[in-house]
Design a protein around this ligand. Structure first.
Ligand SMILES: *Cc1c(COP(=O)(O)O)cnc(C)c1O
Length: 376
């Protein structure tokens, strides 16, 4: 089941078949690691619950999110099975972890003490091997694992860490992080938890399995066909982008030579120019940095953004009234990013950011449409 194109002026369209295709490919590639689908931030803007259901249909059993609230929302949407929350839990949140059967990340002695005191939780102990964001120092991690293992009602299912340079060219630092992680496992010996996880999506694409132990791979952006980095983009052949941000032309005019458009008068027509107004703005998640820099797709062609992106609207330079853009009419579909327009990576580059930020930044007011088998 697939929804028809909405009549409204803007929508975001998620292709669930593309995500399923990517998941199948990546589960194969990640082997022998088991895939954990990272569906934080509303599945990078793609719609967490429909995405999780679609992934469940191709055999993904484990999920991860960034925050407790995201996990509770997924549970309420019927997503059961192992669900890891990456965040460092606050003491007031632990009861909800237990109530919803969530896996807690333990990243500090304070959290370990709170978990040990209440019991009733499955945890993944995080080691800070060089990202210096969350996690136990390598020399403190083994002791923390042993203490948690001794706490009544606590199950230490995994030891894990996060790489700082998996998507870039600094593979040497990734391997240094792995070396530090292996040191903790050596300290633990037979007390090592049954699972480990190190690789995120870029690491699965660019690095081999990093351990002979039973491992998980945390797949994020790659599931959605998003490249975190130009080097990644080249390595991602076969993965399909899944999101399109589509807006409609709500007004078309010919702007006279010498007249400017939008706030601040940063774009001026050099000759009589057709200009389309789209119902898409920074309050929808279109970066204002695309002002005079981005492009949109209209009828299979690309046209530049003219002047400043506004809160609710943006303007497009269609060129000469008798040129190919002259046929653009009110109601036409314009692609801000995705199939039929610039890729999320191209739009992100024009805005000076990365594709993830673009898709994660889609505003709640943008209606959602799901395409593909079992959509809706
Ligand atoms: C977001 C996140 C991931 C997924 O990363 P991608 O680069 O999108 O594959 C994996 N692990 C952690 C801890 C994360 O926060």
């Amino acid at each position: 089941m697939t929804d028809p194109a909405p009549p409204g002026p803007i929508w975001a369209e998620t292709d669930l078949d593309a995500i399923r295709h990517n998941a199948r490919l990546l589960m194969e590639k990640a082997r022998p690691d088991e895939a954990v689908a990272v569906v934080k931030a509303n599945a990078y803007g793609h719609g967490a619950a429909p995405v999780a259901r679609a992934l469940g249909g191709v055999g993904v059993r484990r999920f991860a999110v960034a925050r407790l609230d995201e996990a509770v929302t997924l549970r309420k949407a019927g997503v059961d099975g192992p669900l890891l929350v990456f965040a460092a839990p606050l003491d007031g949140e632990l009861a909800a972890y237990e109530r919803h059967g969530l896996t807690a990340a333990v990243s500090s002695p304070e959290v370990a003490a709170a978990v040990a005191e209440r019991g009733g939780l499955t945890v993944h102990v995080k080691v800070d091997t060089g990202m210096h964001r969350l996690g136990f120092a390598p020399e403190a991690a083994a002791d923390a694992v042993r203490r948690l293992q001794a706490a009544p009602g606590v199950t230490v299912e995994a030891l894990w860490t996060h790489l700082a340079t998996a998507d870039g060219d600094d593979a040497a630092f990734a391997l240094e992080q792995v070396r530090r992680f292996d040191g903790v496992l050596r300290d633990l010996g037979d007390a090592a938890p049954p699972l480990v996880h190190v690789r995120n999506g870029p690491a699965v694409v660019r690095l081999p399995p990093l351990t002979s132990r039973p491992a998980l791979a945390r797949l994020g952006g790659v599931l959605y066909g998003l490249a975190s980095d130009p080097a990644m983009h080249a390595a991602m052949r076969g993965l399909r982008p899944a999101l399109r941000l589509v807006s409609r032309v709500v007004h078309v005019q010919t702007v006279a030579a010498g007249e400017s458009v939008s706030y601040g008068r940063t774009w001026t027509a050099e000759r009589p120019t057709r200009v389309a107004t789209l119902a898409a703005g920074y309050a929808d998640g279109v970066p204002r940095a695309l002002s005079n820099r981005g492009e949109v797709g209209l009828g299979g062609r690309r046209f530049p953004v003219a002047g400043r992106v506004c809160m609710d609207l943006l303007l497009v330079d269609l060129g000469a009234p008798d040129g190919p853009g002259g046929a653009v009419a009110r109601g036409d579909e314009a692609v801000v990013f995705g199939r039929g327009g610039p890729s999320a990576e191209e739009a992100a580059a024009a805005a000076g950011t990365m594709a993830y930020e673009l898709t994660c930044g889609l505003a709640a007011r943008v209606p959602r449409v799901f395409r593909g088998q079992n959509a809706g």
